[in-house]
Design a protein around this ligand. Sequence first.
Ligand SMILES: Cc1cc2nc3c(=O)[nH]c(=O)nc-3n(C[C@H](O)[C@H](O)[C@H](O)COP(=O)(O)OP(=O)(O)OC[C@H]3O[C@@H](n4cnc5c(N)ncnc54)[C@H](O)[C@@H]3O)c2cc1C
Length: 498
Amino acid sequence: MTKELTVDVVVAGCGGAGVEAANIAASNGLKTLAIEKLSQIGGNTKISSGFFAIDTKEQREAGLHLSTEEAIRQLNVYNHYLNNGPLTRRIVENAKPTLEEIENLGMAIKLNPTANTTQFAHRDNPYEGGSYHTYVNKPESWANVQKSVEKKGVEFMVNTTMQGLLQEEDGTVTGLTGKTANGEDLIVHAKAVIVTTGGFGGDVARVAKLMHTNRMRSLGVPSMGEGMTALEKAGGVNIDSHALIHASQLAKSKVAQNSSKEHLAGFSDNPLTRILLTPLMWIDPTGRRFTDEATIYDTVLWANAAYNIGGMYYILVDTDTLKAYTANKELSHFEVSKAGPGATDKAGDFIELAEKAVEGQVAFKGDTLEALAKKAGFEYPVLKEEVARYNANIAAGKDTEYAKPDQYMVYPIKKGPFYAIKAQVAYLGTVGGVRVDDHLRVLNEDFTPIKGLYTGGANAGGYYEGQSYPTYEGLASGFSWTSGHLAGLAAVEDLKTR
Ligand SMILES: Cc1cc2nc3c(=O)[nH]c(=O)nc-3n(C[C@H](O)[C@H](O)[C@H](O)COP(=O)(O)OP(=O)(O)OC[C@H]3O[C@@H](n4cnc5c(N)ncnc54)[C@H](O)[C@@H]3O)c2cc1C
């Protein structure tokens, strides 16, 4: 059986980008169908916490005077000018009207003031902290948004998967194909097709190949990349898709029920995460130290540093450190990083916790460094030398290797038993994708728009440097809604002349 439909605009994938693109199309009188693979709309955008925008009423009320020019300058510098300039400018300029639009649709928003930014590295930068507009009462807010958008005329079809695009010989895209909830083939004819299927973070094999490592953990909705593949088949050029690497987790940590409901990001609220979230000694799987561990205070730099050695590392502690953590309930030496959801500063018996981690195969234990190396697979001569150097640096109060700030040179590795606790970089889906113009029209290899084809959010390329995600809070989620807004506007504009 085949179900065949004809509309003006069809949107595939209903995260922030798709919902806002559909909203704009329908608000401008276009017959709009939005299909979604899962049983509910929202995608990773619904899981995310907030939206990057500049010069908003929330900022003005908080006494923050942030200019779009400075935001553009900072993003360009951060991205080493590898980002698409016109796209970046239009996103930054249109974030504010898009935010206002989604607030009108019923999304409740609260500015996360600069002083409270979750990433310590951002504390002094208002553009990174004070531009984070967090979503409030997400289930209710999303239900409001859906209702408002439906009122404007958008028809949502859930449990419906886009599979491919319809394309004429001259390259014009004229619709899409898919499968409906009851397994029927679906053909939708449309003058504009907006593919906002959120990248391919659910396809772990594809991500592993792209990122050259299979040691990272995937978080988020299981987007398998049908949309990205279809965009590429239609002539789109994938310029920069990559995993949105973001913080790390203790290996195999169970997602606590409460935090999983709120974040799905999966930090355990076990006090052991204090070991993960403070700048102790980190080593790679061979036993070698590899970075300034104070990157822990920035989600992105922390993830980047660990990705650099494959995305899996160990936190090395000795018994005295664990005793100190047990005794030092306030953690006066090291503040617990909140660079990722679910951080805890709960007290606990850290030796007991480390023993449990060993039982749960999240950690290795050795009475001597040599025994530990044997169990964890480290090269003992490497580990021995690294520990000796680290201890000497702690004694001198100076990190001669990676310049970790002096105040973190506190805990040597001296008294066994020793523990190596495993951590893995997490990625929040993928970002980056096919080359677009600043209206989110998909460009072919000649840099010409493919007629009828638009994208946005985690399928669109040009907003990030590639590999690394800027440390600005809310950038991907804000890009999702705002790029969808612009894609919707472009489709409306283009359809006037067709
Ligand atoms: C745990 C987590 C936390 C995050 N927190 C933040 C944050 O706080 N701030 C921030 O800026 N970013 C955050 N991000 C990243 C951000 O949420 C995403 O990059 C962004 O929301 C992507 O938006 P999108 O609209 O492109 O995709 P999504 O919101 O993921 O939407 C894509 C939709 O397409 C659907 N879909 C997929 N394939 C198909 C198909 N073949 N047919 C039909 N539908 C399909 C999916 O089911 C999904 O609903 C987070 C991500 C995760 C996973």
